[in-house]
Every structure is written in structure tokens, then in C-alpha cells.
Design a protein around this ligand. Structure first.
Ligand SMILES: [Zn+2]
Length: 120
């Protein structure tokens, strides 16, 4: 059975945003731009003041878009039971989430702001 939809995984995107820039990535920006002594000093001190204004460097991003498989269905059956089911899973990180809800006998449910009308 094929998926109803493929979208981006919120869990993968969250992890991507949270990735910190590495000391090595910061240090690479200064290679050949500062003296050898200062470069060595910076390589020993991840909290070197020069890193404060450095351009952020992120770790390699391997996330492939559209890794979240989504399957869903909804409807009312012959007994008037409305049901909605949703399931998603990510092939990249293993994240899964499901939702299921049913409403018994929708024919007896009265909508707010509506009057029940019947046949005369
Ligand atoms: Zn994911």
C-alpha cells in the first residue's frame, strides 16, 4: 500500500536546527587569516574571543526532504460512527506518531447554532 502523503519530518528538522557549530568548523575559518601562534592558541581554546563574531558553520546536513510517510483516513460508517485515523513515521530518524478519534452516532449530535430538522 502506498502512502497518502510524504512530507518533511518535524523531528529531523528540529535536530538539524539544534546542531551546534563545532570548534573545528569555527577554527577552519581562521586558517591562514591569523598568525600561526594565534591559530594554535585558538585551536586550544574553543571559547576564544575571536569565535564570538565568526560565521556559524553547521555540521554536514544529511537530511533528505520528504522522509515522513503519512497515512490517514476519515469518514462516517453505516452506523453513523465518524472516525479519523492518522499515522506518520520517518524513515530517517524512526520518529512515529499516531492519532485516532471516533464520534459515536453523528446523527444524534446537534451542531451548535443549528436546529434539528425532521420530516413532516
Ligand atoms: Zn525524522
Amino acid at each position: 500500500m502506498s502512502a497518502d502523503n510524504w512530507s518533511n519530518c518535524p523531528n529531523c528538522l528540529k535536530k538539524r536546527k539544534l546542531k551546534k557549530q563545532t570548534h573545528e568548523g569555527l577554527l577552519q575559518q581562521f586558517y591562514g587569516k591569523v598568525s600561526a601562534e594565534e591559530y594554535l592558541e585558538m585551536s586550544r581554546n574553543p571559547k576564544h574571543p575571536k569565535f564570538k563574531n565568526a560565521v556559524p558553520v553547521f555540521e554536514e546536513d544529511t537530511y533528505e526532504e520528504g522522509s515522513l510517510r503519512e497515512d490517514y483516513c476519515q469518514g462516517v460508517d453505516d452506523d453513523g460512527v465518524y472516525s479519523v485515523e492518522y499515522h506518520c513515521s520517518c524513515g530517517n530518524c524512526g520518529f512515529q506518531w499516531s492519532y485516532k478519534h471516533t464520534v459515536d452516532d453523528v446523527t444524534s449530535a446537534v451542531q451548535v447554532g443549528e436546529r434539528k430538522t425532521g420530516r413532516r
